[in-house]
Design a protein around this ligand. Sequence first.
Ligand code: IPE
Length: 247
Amino acid sequence: VDAVVVKLGGSVITDKSSPFKYRGEVVTSLARAMVSSSQKMVLVHGGGSFGHPVATTYGLSSSPSRATPDGVSRTREAMFKLNRLVCQSLSSVGLYAYTFSPFTLVQKAGMSASSWIKKIIDAGLTPVTFGDIVIEGDGFKVLSGDTISYELCRILKAKRCVFVLDVDGVYNNYGRLIREITRSSLNLKFKRADDATGGMRLKLIEALKIASLGTQVALVSGFKIHEFSKALQGREFHGTIVRNSAQ
Ligand code: IPE
């Protein structure tokens, strides 16, 4: 599928400093840029100040644990709430969402994921999914939107994947933006993640996996719409690109 997978980071679409604070204007301007790019897209969004605080309260993280039913249910409730808000912003500028739970990635109506996603795109809709709580072993864990983005790129053989962040990209230990990163950048010291998933380090691990599929990977700020538009279209932009070191 000739599509771009776009991961909207939770720190962009929500204000992480305050619980349940949605950034409608930011999502609306990102959506406008997506509409005018005329790219086929599949969107994934993170949890930000909706999913993460609830997940953390109930002890849910990216490693499986025996979660309580209320924790699983309330975290998902927060994510679905955020998803409704995102979809409303998208449709307000003419980007029509087809939300699906990442679990559905496996099969729908007997079709493989790549073929039903393609049909949805061909119908003029934009498939949208989000970080979720899933079963692993005999426990539950947070499935990060970054991991879902990797799965989507793999299944769809996506041409490009754009991670939309609240910063310009990846910074080195001296605070300088790294324009191009490869596997060796994993030696950088990243701040300990303060959320339910892995922060920048886990994002880079997923980004490198995506690059090794042959998909172009871009990390760009969601607050610089012009740079986001360029990244979306595969043009040169201010941010970080991730390369498979074997290339
Ligand atoms: C987290 O998804 C989802 C839940 C907390 C349930 P992500 O890990 O992709 O979210 P962000 O982008 O870091 O907020």
